[in-house]
Design a protein around this ligand. Structure first.
Ligand SMILES: Nc1ncnc2c1ncn2[C@@H]1O[C@H](COP(=O)(O)OP(=O)(O)O)[C@@H](O)[C@H]1O
Ligand SMILES: [Mg+2]
Length: 258
């Protein structure tokens, strides 16, 4: 569906505000949507966001309340967490939607680290009844993005927790509170969790590494999710030279530079 270049601009720590914790926190520089919003990579996330919004609009009234988009892959390390986080931030930056990002990777959640959320309770605590969703929500980007980390390893089978009533209730609640809900989902070939979550989503985005993930694995992952609505594929880690650079804006004028 979209190509996301490998390189991210090297910038210093980027401060973001989080409610319910320290006043400000440093987010990971790989969240290029925040740290390098004019980069080619950030532009690719915007392209992805608007394609997904278009697909959603084609679904019309079929989606009740906020739309749930699950981001997954065939195997680990493809860039699911980074894609889900940048996509959610891109949506939040557009300022025309209330956006939530939920880390459903209860085994190896990566969102807390990207947003520097520390030991804040997350989805695992919500699903085991230890906390309420409201307690687990961290607010970013002047309140436009709500983030739920994975929380502590639940000590129970993650697929059973995700298949249980609390997860369904959590998603129903999030649909009433947000317009767009992005789920960071573990890989489809390696876990049962992906299936369980995918069938609860309105759309699924598959992430594959350019030049690395074998086509057969991507195809097998899509087959594994058979019946679930796969909206598209993100080709992650494309050589920046193969992606057209957006025109830089200098003092209000577009320049023709690279
Ligand atoms: N487009 C990219 N550019 C640079 N690094 C990336 C990119 N996509 C993923 N990575 C890096 O690859 C590793 C795996 O990414 P991650 O998002 O955690 O994958 P997954 O959630 O699929 O396991 C991380 O170190 C991440 O920062
Ligand atoms: Mg991950």
């Amino acid at each position: 569906m979209s190509s996301i270049p490998k390189a991210v601009e090297n910038r210093g720590p980027f401060l973001e505000r989080i409610e319910g914790g320290a006043a400000e926190t440093t987010v990971d520089e790989r969240l290029v949507t925040l740290t390098a919003p004019m980069s080619a990579a950030a532009e690719q996330y915007r392209i992805l966001l608007h394609r997904l919004r278009h697909i959603r609009s084609l679904r019309g009234d079929a989606i009740q309340g906020g739309a749930i988009v699950a981001v997954t892959s065939a195997v680990r390390g493809e860039g699911v967490s980074l894609t889900a986080a940048n996509l959610a931030l891109t949506a939040a930056r557009s300022r025309d939607a209330r956006v939530a990002l939920v880390d459903c990777d209860l085994r190896r959640g990566g969102i807390a680290r990207l947003f520097n959320m520390g030991a804040r309770a997350g989805l695992a605590e919500v699903l085991t009844g230890k906390t309420e969703v409201g307690e687990a929500l961290g607010r970013y980007h002047e309140g436009h993005l709500a983030v739920v980390a994975a929380g502590r390893a639940p000590g129970a089978e993650s697929a059973s927790l995700l298949a249980g009533p609390r997860f369904a209730q959590t998603l129903s609640l999030l649909r009433t509170l947000f317009d767009e809900i992005y789920l960071d989902v573990p890989p489809a070939l390696a876990t049962a969790d992906a299936q369980v979550v995918a069938y609860k989503a309105d759309g699924i985005v598959m992430v594959a590494r350019a030049g690395e993930t074998p086509r057969e694995q991507v195809a097998a992952a899509v087959r594994q999710l058979s019946g679930a609505p796969v909206w598209g594929l993100v080709l992650n880690g494309v050589e920046p030279s193969r992606v057209p650079a957006p025109l830089p804006v200098v003092k209000g004028h577009l320049t023709s530079g690279k």
